[in-house]
Design a protein. Structure first.
Length: 255
């Protein structure tokens, strides 16, 4: 109870619930976006490790509860090499997480989100690539970002947009991969000793809102499809990324 009172002021509780609701809606609508939306907001009131772990366990939990939305709808021949690369990348990323200060964490998160948005915004669904090691390399890059920032999305999103043009298959592949990559990351977080009681308690607090966002996002996807997500996600993600960069530079200069 004391832990909740120290973290969840009315302002931070509102920030937590609104960010989880919106990010969950985006994830269910498109198959991606939860970590990109949520981690920058979590980092405003949580320590870096707690923000990363909370995003991972929220994604892991809702993916497990809604597995019927993605199970059996993705190519396992691409999925396994990508997951293998993710394991290696995540291990390296976790080492960065355990050494990062709050200001440094926020700065790198902001830079990562901005560049990811700029890159992904220029991609359109197209024919798949036959490059042999592309899934493994994509998984390694995703794992690096997952372990350090709990944002595994941009490399895998880019792959899906280039190689999986059908919205339903792309969405299912992304959901499946992020479930698996977050399971790997959480195991490594436990091994690194960065899992505290804080994100576990916040998981219980935020999970009902997470499920509401998931249901609404899934309904919107089946109602209007995924095309409308890109401009909304781009604008919101860019605003969060730029805001974190400015905040980190401001506090660094004031220190």
């Amino acid at each position: 109870m004391e832990l909740l009172q120290s973290i969840l002021t009315p302002a931070t509780l509102t920030l937590l619930m609104s960010s989880v609701l919106f990010a969950a809606l985006m994830r269910a609508f498109s198959g991606f976006g939860f970590a990109m939306m949520a981690v920058p907001v979590f980092s405003l009131f949580l320590e870096p490790a707690d923000a990363v772990v909370l995003a991972a366990i929220l994604t892991l939990s809702v993916s497990a509860l809604t597995y019927k939305a993605w199970w059996g709808q993705f190519d396992i021949r691409v999925f396994m090499p990508m997951l293998g690369g993710s394991v290696v990348g995540t291990a390296i990323g976790v080492m960065f997480l355990t050494r990062a200060s709050t200001t440094e964490f926020q700065l790198w998160i902001g830079i990562t989100v901005v560049f990811a948005c700029l890159f992904v915004s220029r991609l359109t669904p197209g024919a798949g690539s036959n490059i042999r090691f592309l899934p493994t390399a994509t998984g390694a890059a995703s794992g690096l970002m997952n372990g350090a920032f709990a944002i595994p999305g941009p490399p895998v999103i880019a792959y899906a947009m280039i190689c999986i043009p059908e919205p339903a298959r792309s969405r299912a592949f992304l959901m499946a991969f992020f479930f698996a990559s977050n399971a790997v990351a959480f195991g490594m977080f436990l091994n690194a000793g960065v899992v505290t009681a804080t994100p576990l308690i916040l998981l219980v607090v935020a999970m009902p809102v997470m499920m509401i966002g998931d249901r609404v996002g899934a309904w919107l996807f089946h109602r209007v499809g995924g095309a409308a997500y890109r401009p909304v996600a781009f604008v919101v993600s860019m605003a969060l990324g730029v805001g974190l960069i400015v905040k980190a530079i401001w506090f660094s200069a004031a220190a």
